[in-house]
Design a protein around this ligand. Structure first.
Ligand SMILES: Nc1ncnc2c1ncn2[C@@H]1O[C@H](COP(=O)(O)OP(=O)(O)OP(=O)(O)O)[C@@H](O)[C@H]1O
Length: 256
């Protein structure tokens, strides 16, 4: 059974069809990549899946529930989390506070209990802090918990962003260009890290990535978009040998 299924989702912006009848099916535990040249529609696809845009046509099933058009925070609550192409941390907050804030989504205490720090809130807060440190340990950032997010090297900021996404207890994690701007060492580390969190947190991962080495190394399957159209789907080996893909993408602009 697929964890995520998009049935011919289409997104039109005026006269432009950014994504045309995209049908993805992602099984539990898979790591699946969506690739394609700039402007192919990858981020638009993510935005439809995570509720930022409502598809013009088609529908999206997550865990066998129709989530088409649900607001992003409700989709997050159903077990989907994402990171963005441009890092979106609270740069002036500490590493631990960046995760603490994400955890608040799960708070059951009301505003009154929180304002006066009543016992119900304090108990919950303690549990959240434990979880924050558990996550920081897992991603190797525990020693840097008090540092300002903006003071971390780029690769670690990306890790922190992923840890923050994990704080919402996702089953499906969407990563939008996780290797963007990373040096070769950081990229290698990231590939290992993505596999590690998939295993440790029992995740399914969908990623957009331009870095071909990362894509080929990490993905179970790959979908290729070009001008909004799905031109190929297959294993890394199949994709690397697909003539249409080579023409549309791999032959050009490999490291864009
Ligand atoms: N909100 C919007 N309004 C109008 N056009 C948009 C909007 N968002 C995206 N587009 C257009 O839709 C097409 C697909 O864009 P999208 O950002 O999804 O591509 P992408 O594959 O993610 O590209 P990149 O690799 O550069 O991030 C582009 O032509 C883009 O200009």
């Amino acid at each position: 059974m697929s964890l995520l299924k998009t049935n011919a989702i289409t997104m039109q912006f005026g006269g432009l069809t950014a994504v045309n009848e995209l049908s993805l099916a992602i099984d539990k535990g898979e790591i699946v990549a969506v690739i394609g040249p700039n402007g192919a529609g990858k981020t638009t696809a993510f935005n439809m899946i995570t509720g930022v845009y409502k598809p013009t046509k088609g529908n999206i099933q997550f865990n066998d529930q129709d989530i088409t058009g649900l607001k992003p925070h409700l989709i997050t609550k159903q077990g989907m989390a994402r990171t963005f192409q441009n890092i979106r941390l609270f740069k002036d907050l500490s590493v631990e506070d960046n995760i603490f804030i994400a955890q608040h989504l799960h708070l059951k205490a009301n505003l009154y209990q929180a304002m006066f720090r009543l016992p119900g809130y304090q108990k919950e807060e303690k549990l959240i802090l434990e979880k924050v440190f558990f996550l920081l340990e897992k991603v190797g950032l525990a020693d840097l918990s008090r540092e300002k997010a903006s003071s971390l090297p780029y690769g670690l900021q990306r890790k922190l962003e992923i840890a923050r996404a994990l704080a919402t207890d996702p089953q499906l994690l969407l990563l939008d260009e996780p290797a963007a701007g990373m040096n070769p060492k950081e990229t290698e580390d990231l590939t290992r890290f993505i596999r590690q969190i998939r295993d440790e947190f029992d995740l399914t991962i969908l990623l957009i990535e331009h870095h071909m080495q990362v894509v080929m190394d990490i993905s179970n399957r790959i979908y290729v978009l070009d001008y909004g159209v799905t031109i190929a789907e297959g294993t890394p080996v199949e994709i690397q040998n697909n003539e249409r893909v080579i023409q549309a993408y791999l032959g050009v602009d490999e490291d864009a």
